[in-house]
Design a protein around this ligand. Structure first.
Ligand code: ATP
Length: 309
C-alpha cells in the first residue's frame, strides 16, 4: 500500500468567468469543487494506476468532511486525523486566459493534534510499502516535523518520497534520517541552494553531489516539458519526453511523484520507474483536472520516454 501524507489539504474551488470585473458583482455558472492538496493529487494518480492507496493527514470542519467524502466516492481509502480547526478553501478563478488564485493559509494546529497524528501515522505504517509526503506544513507544526515522520517510516524500512519546498525541505535535508527520494523542480532547487536557476541547470550533476543531499538515495529534478534529470544512488540519468499537447500542467509534479511511488512499490527497475513517472506527469498535463490521468494511455506514453544513463 502507498501511504500519502497531506498535512494541509483544501477544498479547491474553480470558478470559470468570461471576464473578472473588479469592484463589482461576478456571477458564476461553471464551478468545480475538488478535494485538493498535493498529497491528494498523488493519491488519485496512484489509485488510477491500480495501486492500493491510503490518504492520511489532518482535516477539520465541514470541508474536512467534504475531502473525506470525495475520496470515498473515488474509491480511495483514507485515515485522517481530526483537528479542531477547519480545512481551508483555495479558490482559482479562470478568466480571459488568466488564473487568479486566492489561497487560504489553513487552520492552526495544536501540539496535541500533532502528537495524535503521529500516533495515527504509526498505526498505518505496518501495512505500507511506500510513504509519500507532499506540500507545506500548516501553522503550528514545527518545520522539523517531516523528519519525525521519516524517522518512523525508516524504523519500518519503508522508503519515503518527500515533495516539499522552502523551509520544510531545507530542514528535512539538514537532519537525519534523510528522505529516500526528493523531487524538486529547478526553482525549488535554486531557492534551496540559493543559486541562480540557470547556473544549477547547467551543472546539475555537480550540484546534486553537494553534502546537503548526502543520504538521499534518489533525486528527481523535474524539468517540465524538458523531462527530468535524476541522481539514482551513484548513477545519473537524463530523461527526455516527447512533445505533447498540454491542457493544464498544474499538478504534473504530483502525478510524477505518484508514478515514482507506484514504481517503487512494485519494485520496478529505475529506468521503468522513471518512464512511469514522466508518463504520469505528461498524462496529467493533458487533462484539465488536477491530479487526474487517463491510465489506459500509460503504457503507450511510457514507450515514448527515453532514459539515458
Ligand atoms: P507542479 O508544481 O505543477 O505539480 P512541478 O514543477 O513539480 O509541477 P514539472 O517539472 O512541471 O513539476 O512537471 C513534472 C513532469 O510532468 C515533467 O517532468 C513532465 O514529465 C511532465 N510535464 C509537466 N509539464 C509538461 C509540459 N508542458 N509538457 C510535457 N510534459 C510536462
Amino acid at each position: 500500500m502507498i501511504l500519502t501524507v497531506t498535512m494541509n489539504p483544501s477544498v479547491d474551488i474553480m470558478y470559470q468567468l468570461d471576464e473578472l470585473v473588479l469592484d463589482d458583482v461576478n456571477r458564476v455558472q461553471t464551478i468545480k469543487k475538488t478535494a485538493g492538496g498535493k498529497g491528494l493529487n498523488v493519491s488519485r494518480v496512484a489509485h488510477q494506476q491500480g495501486e492500493a492507496v491510503t490518504a492520511t493527514g489532518l482535516v477539520g470542519g465541514e470541508l474536512g468532511e467534504f475531502v473525506k467524502h470525495q475520496l470515498t466516492e473515488q474509491g480511495i481509502q483514507h485515515h485522517f486525523s481530526m483537528i479542531n480547526g477547519k480545512t481551508r478553501n483555495c479558490i482559482a478563478i479562470i478568466h480571459e486566459g488568466n488564473q487568479t488564485e486566492i489561497l487560504e493559509s489553513g487552520p492552526s494546529i495544536s501540539e496535541e493534534e500533532v502528537e495524535a497524528f503521529i500516533t495515527e501515522f504509526e498505526t498505518l505504517l505496518p501495512d505500507s510499502d511506500v510513504v509519500t509526503i507532499s506540500g507545506s506544513l500548516p501553522t503550528g507544526v514545527s518545520s522539523a516535523f517531516y523528519t519525525r515522520l521519516i524517522a518512523k517510516a525508516t524504523q519500518h524500512h519503508i522508503p519515503v518520497l518527500l515533495d516539499t519546498s522552502g523551509t520544510a525541505l531545507a530542514q528535512a535535508l539538514s537532519r537525519e534520517p534523510k528522505p529516500t527520494m526528493i523531487k524538486p523542480n529547478l526553482s525549488e532547487l535554486a531557492s534551496l541552494l540559493q543559486t541562480d536557476e540557470q547556473q544549477i541547470a547547467d551543472n546539475l550533476a555537480e550540484y546534486l553531489q553537494q553534502p546537503l543531499f548526502k543520504g538521499v538515495d534518489i533525486i528527481v529534478v523535474s524539468l517540465g516539458a524538458d523531462g527530468a534529470f535524476v541522481k539514482w544512488h551513484d548513477s545519473f540519468y537524463r530523461v527526455t519526453i516527447p512533445k505533447i499537447d498540454v491542457v493544464s500542467p498544474v499538478g504534473s509534479g504530483d502525478a510524477t511523484l505518484a508514478g515514482l511511488a507506484v514504481g517503487l512499490s512494485r519494485e520496478e527497475q529505475p529506468e521503468v520507474i522513471l518512464k512511469r513517472a514522466m508518463a504520469a506527469g505528461m498524462l496529467n498535463a493533458q487533462q484539465q483536472a488536477t491530479g487526474m490521468i487517463e491510465a489506459s494511455k500509460m503504457t503507450q506514453m511510457m514507450s515514448e520516454v527515453k532514459v539515458h544513463q
